[in-house]
Design a protein around this ligand. Sequence first.
Ligand code: ADP
Ligand code: MG
Length: 151
Amino acid sequence: MRHLPYFCRGEVVKGFGRGSRELGVPTANFSEQVVESFPSDIPTGIYYGWASVGNGDVHKMVLSIGWNPFYKNIKKSVETHIINTFKEDFYGEILSIVITGYIRSEKNFNSLETLISAIREDIEEAKRQLDLPEHLKLKDNFFHLPKGKKH
Ligand code: ADP
Ligand code: MG
């Protein structure tokens, strides 16, 4: 897909309480300013890649680019679910991501159960894809400087 891999870094802001956490998948939201910096023609849907909070470890992530209900769906939102259990919230911290692949377009679900099972499948698909060499290499290239080249 065009635009990928896509690198992005920005502050984690408060979302609009769509209840992501209640579904067991908290999503770290980027600010409106960061979202505006995305290519305007990047398709909405579910993506995967790598993520790091502050200077922390790099983890697998799934990401949704969707329409933001807070702005009557005229603006996009970008939300990252990091596949890791954190001890605490990290609002205000800098989230660095690289988006490496695309899973599917946005869908409407007619029940909470089908939504939750789709999210679980997205997470499993992301985990599998990210173990492939072409995606693994971006984990190292983006987040770590090559050894011996510190500056
Ligand atoms: P909001 O509507 O404010 O985005 P969420 O229910 O989506 O609320 O929860 C998101 C927040 O949860 C993140 O901003 C972050 O501080 C925290 N969080 C804890 N664990 C994770 C995780 N694994 N992935 C993403 N965010 C997490
Ligand atoms: Mg959120």
